[in-house]
Design a protein around this ligand. Sequence first.
Ligand SMILES: Cc1cc2nc3c(=O)[nH]c(=O)nc-3n(C[C@H](O)[C@H](O)[C@H](O)COP(=O)(O)OP(=O)(O)OC[C@H]3O[C@@H](n4cnc5c(N)ncnc54)[C@H](O)[C@@H]3O)c2cc1C
Length: 403
Amino acid sequence: MNFSLTEEQESVRKMVRKFVDREIIPSIQEWDEKGHFERGILKRLSNLELMGVGIPEKYGGVGMDYNTLAIVCDELERGDTAFRTALSVHTGLNSMTILQWGNESQKEKYLVPQARGQKIGAFGLTEPNTGSDVAALQTTARREGNKYVLNGYKTWISLCDVADHFLIFAKTDNDKNHHGISCFIVERTFPGLTTKAIKGNLGIRAGNTGEVFLEEVHVPAENLLGEEGEGLKIAMSALDHGSFTVAAGACGLINACLEESIKYCHELKTFGKEIGKPQLVQQMIAKMSANLEISRQIVYRAGSLKNEGEQNTHETSIAKWFACDAAIEAANDAIQIHRAYEYSNEYSVERFLRNAKAPDIYEATREIHTITEAEYTLGYREDKPISKKLPSWPFVESLETSK
Ligand SMILES: Cc1cc2nc3c(=O)[nH]c(=O)nc-3n(C[C@H](O)[C@H](O)[C@H](O)COP(=O)(O)OP(=O)(O)OC[C@H]3O[C@@H](n4cnc5c(N)ncnc54)[C@H](O)[C@@H]3O)c2cc1C
């Protein structure tokens, strides 16, 4: 596998970097302090066609590959985790899942406007008693003629107040445990769906996360994604796509910590020498730098497998686990290097540390990724063939052959 970036990927990196420097970094501290989600950023990302990276042109996207999506996430999170989270949810958890599991009319109706950034997608799996244990979910969907009626409550749903379309997971058969879960495309405008943001979060304060209430929501039967009972498989493949983008974003957070620390090391002096001179400070810089390199390589390995149409749950899980851990360590060390000044919110490093925590929890916790790794290693877990595959890249060829 060759993980060097193409000219096109390099130019996307530069474009997103410039965008982040101009549109996010100057205002992020204020947005974070006020707990304000700046919707205009999503609009500007769609003007740059960045909501359609990783989606074929046939479905409204720009046809760029999955590693280009990783680069966009990496550079966005250098600005702030809130906007990378938004892209992870919109593209990774929602659009790529419709791309993989949707039928042609669902792709036409929902994926095309999402890939163009005209509509925003979210992902509703978690409930008060359902996080890692997906089979425990209690939201129900009862079939009535040509529609389903959904009742339940989702929590910690990113973009809850912003999204136009939600993928909602619900039990269609209570007796079948995880085989009784199904997935529905639910529009915000369907009567009975309401949302409410959660405030006072530790990190990603410039984001939007909250609750989704479903009370007798009538969903047309044609909005069932995949088949009845395929919800768990759909959720797991969505988490593969989402985790991939989270891992890529963690690289951006490590990079942000590294850039701030390097600047500070050259600017400030201790005992008459630059702060970068003592070996114990160099050890922290070296770790950040090496972890950035390693994290990007393992993200690109997972992305290359996606491009080739190969299963990548194991590789994606390693990338997400390693990069998110490394991001927390980098943020912690960046504060150490910056001494007391970064303990206040006058600088950005304290925000990096607060932001680094949620990616360690969402899209499967660190513990779940640890167990996944152990199970693959011990031979207790192996990939099973999947009925619907994410299109490989280049898209034009893979969509032609799948006809
Ligand atoms: C900022 C943010 C945004 C989010 N956005 C979304 C979203 O858009 N959509 C969505 O559906 N969800 C979202 N979530 C929810 C997130 O996916 C869940 O919080 C996550 O899956 C963990 O579930 P839980 O919080 O219920 O913890 P639990 O699953 O209850 O876990 C609690 C603790 O027990 C550990 N644990 C659980 N089971 C095991 C086990 N078998 N072995 C070892 N340890 C175990 C966990 O690792 C964790 O440490 C978001 C969360 C946050 C914080």
